[in-house]
Design a protein around this ligand. Structure first.
Ligand code: SAM
Ligand code: SF4
Length: 358
């Protein structure tokens, strides 16, 4: 007989020698993925590759060594993993990377995830370089929202920040996504002092003109990108908000945000304007997400190293959905309460953002 969800609750904790979260022990209806702090996990961000055709200065070093292919989860393993998470109550999956669209046959993975019963939202984060070629297929596969990184609308500046990127391809990708009927296309902009902080308004106006959403992101100190001036170049969300406010009054948006983005809007526009402030505001209290790296490491927090090796479970119990679910449920017990970015008392994260999945 296969192990049902109730048995998962019972055996997950004996198998992994952890204590069942109190909420689950007392309430059989409690969501299966609940951590020690009562946070319900219903959102998975999955990195499908560490490779990328760009080398953004805040994300990667100029010279990168990528993982050998056998260390990456196969497309079948990735699909199986998504099924396990969805059966455990995850209703939203974001595919990210590296650049998810450079992974060969990624569309077949996207289609199979899109068909999972119980999944409400399939989302993608992309640098946009390949989007023009696949936007229609993504829309057909059920992708409703896409986030696209764009830190400059000046071609020379864009090439400097991404080191290898071409702006015109990304702009083409953005238009293709909108034409394909992707419901919300959002720009993600990391603002760095002295590099692109003079483009806050041009990026905002670009978004407003094209009816895109936009989030301004504070740079996080992940991986050794070879930029020693990282901390000095940090521009806080508050500073960006104030700068925008001098030109455009920002109104509170009623757009629900279960994540770290806090949304605003501008009179007369439907665009949502978000600020992601991992350094200046701690959004950990309402954290509803976990990440899986392209090697199958379940990361319980972006800013900590607490993790569980799901690839080991997948490969030691091939095709065993219950073993996988047990490992995921048990992992909830080690989700840390909060991150400690830029805290000199705490160890810094050496992982690069491209393996982690932003
Ligand atoms: N390649 C895709 C892209 O660029 O959108 C997806 C992966 S990328 C790692 C996901 C997001 O992480 C991007 O929006 C990028 O701007 C952001 N990001 C990367 N490194 C970051 C860092 N050190 N701090 C803050 N955001 C970062
Ligand atoms: Fe590639 Fe995205 Fe990282 Fe830029 S931010 S290097 S596009 S993974």
């Amino acid at each position: 007989m296969t192990c049902g969800i109730n048995r998962i609750r019972c055996c997950a904790h004996s198998l992994f020698d952890t204590t069942m979260p109190e909420s689950q022990a007392t309430d059989p209806q409690a969501p299966l993925l609940t951590d020690r702090f009562g946070r319900v996990i219903n959102y998975l961000r999955l990195s499908v590759t560490d490779r990328c055709d760009f080398r953004c200065v805040y994300c990667m070093a100029e010279e990168m060594t990528f993982l050998p292919r056998q260390q990456l989860l196969t497309l079948e393993e990735l699909a199986f993993l998504c099924r396990a998470f969805v059966e455990l109550g995850v209703s939203r999956i974001r595919l990210t990377g590296g650049e998810p669209l450079v992974r060969r046959n990624v569309l077949s993975l996207i289609r199979s995830i899109g068909e999972l019963p119980g999944l409400d939202e399939l989302l993608l984060t992309s640098n946009g370089s390949q989007l023009a070629d696949v936007a229609d297929e993504l829309a057909d596969a059920g992708v409703r929202r896409i986030n696209i990184s764009l830190d400059s609308i000046n071609p020379a500046r864009f090439a400097e920040i991404t080191r290898t990127g071409e702006l015109h391809r990304v702009l083409k990708g953005i238009s293709a996504a909108q034409r394909a009927g992707i419901e919300r296309v959002k720009i993600n902009s990391v603002i760095m002092r002295g590099r692109n902080d003079d483009e806050i308004l041009p990026l905002l106006e670009f978004a407003l003109e094209r009816q895109l959403d936009i989030s301004f992101i504070e740079e996080m100190p992940l991986g050794d990108t070879g930029r020693d001036e990282r901390r000095e170049e940090l521009v806080s969300s508050e500073e960006i908000r104030q700068h925008i406010g001098e030109y455009y009054p920002l109104l509170a948006s009623d757009a629900a945000s279960p994540g770290p983005s806090r949304y605003h809007r501008i009179e007369g526009s439907d665009s949502r304007i978000g600020f992601i402030s991992p350094n200046s505001h701690n959004f950990c209290d309402s954290c509803n997400r976990v990440r899986v790296t392209c090697e199958g490491r379940l990361l319980l927090c972006l800013g900590n190293e607490h993790s569980v090796d799901l690839r080991a479970v997948l490969r030691s119990h091939p095709g065993d959905l219950d073993a996988l679910k047990q490992a995921i449920v048990a992992a909830m017990d080690i989700k840390p309460e909060r991150h400690h970015f830029y805290d000199p008392e705490q160890p810094q994260v050496v992982r690069f953002m491209n393996t982690t999945g932003g």
